[in-house]
Design a protein around this ligand. Structure first.
Ligand code: SF4
Length: 265
């Protein structure tokens, strides 16, 4: 059963892909042949997806059939239980206001754009987690208790404490509009009082990952080119921290974008 950080990473990687989540849900009803799985989910890269799930100990493969492992069954059960908790949490949340933009600072990566810092009240704390499905490219981080989302070039981070940051904003007008939209989206969900249903995330392509890499083909990640590195990231054979140039201050916004994108691979 997965327990150490590397094994947990394998599980997170396996379950971050929509096709693999569908396979897991399909197998919840019992053992299936790979033919049946292909018929239901699609045959594209089916072997690869099954292998990734097997490596994460979520399923067992045997003579052309697949079934959930005991760990896989408990994993899905744990998700359902958490879903019930989520519904309960949102029903207690109060509508939010996003206060005036407190700071408009030049972006590190592109000085023609701005970084905005605003404040949301009341702070949503852990309730932020249940709002993740509202945003196609939203990801909740337990580590920093924040919901991070991407729309076009703009990355918005809402912290449990109420702090809100946005990067790559063109001007104060765009900031005001983006914050207003954010408030409406969140308040609509709060008014309903139930957690939004999970939905499929936007599919990420290697070219999109490549776009935010330094594109210098320096080889420090042990790959021949940045594009090869992007493909390896997609397949889970490489991790973002292997691209050390991304840690340089000039690439901080690129790194934020890549962290959001790689969460959906
Ligand atoms: S270390 Fe980063 S910049 Fe260098 S080749 Fe790899 S991906 Fe490209």
């Amino acid at each position: 059963m997965p327990g150490n950080p590397n094994e947990i990473k394998l599980v997170n990687n396996a379950m971050s892909n929509a096709t693999r989540r569908k396979i897991m849900n399909f197998l919840e009803n019992g053992e299936r042949s790979t033919e049946e799985i292909g018929g239901e989910i699609g045959k594209t890269m089916l072997d690869f997806h099954l292998k990734v799930l097997q490596q994460a100990s979520l399923i067992e493969l045997k003579e052309g059939t697949a079934k959930l492992s005991e760990y896989g069954r408990n994993f899905l059960k744990g998700k359902e239980d958490k879903g019930e908790e989520k519904n309960a949490d949102l029903s207690k949340a109060k509508p939010v206001e996003i206060a005036e933009v407190r700071q408009l600072l030049p972006c590190i990566a592109d000085s023609s754009k701005f970084r905005v810092i605003a404040n949301m009240a009341p702070p949503l704390g852990g309730t932020l987690k249940v709002l993740e499905p509202l945003f196609p490219r939203g990801r909740y981080s337990d580590r920093i208790n924040a919901l991070i989302m991407q729309k076009g070039e703009i990355i918005t981070t809402i912290y449990g404490t109420g702090k809100v940051t946005m990067t790559m904003i063109k001007n104060e007008g765009e900031a005001g509009e983006a914050l207003e939209n954010l408030k409406s989206t969140i308040n609509e969900a709060i008014a309903k009082g139930v957690a939004p249903a999970p939905r499929e995330k936007v599919r990420v392509e290697p070219m999109e990952i490549y776009k935010y890499l330094p594109q210098t083909n320096c080889g420090k990640c042990s790959e021949q080119s940045c594009y090869t590195f992007a493909i390896k990231l997609m397949s889970g054979e490489a991790s973002l921290d292997k691209c050390t140039p991304l840690k340089e201050p000039g690439y901080s916004t690129n790194q934020e974008h890549l962290q959001v994108l790689t969460a959906y691979i």
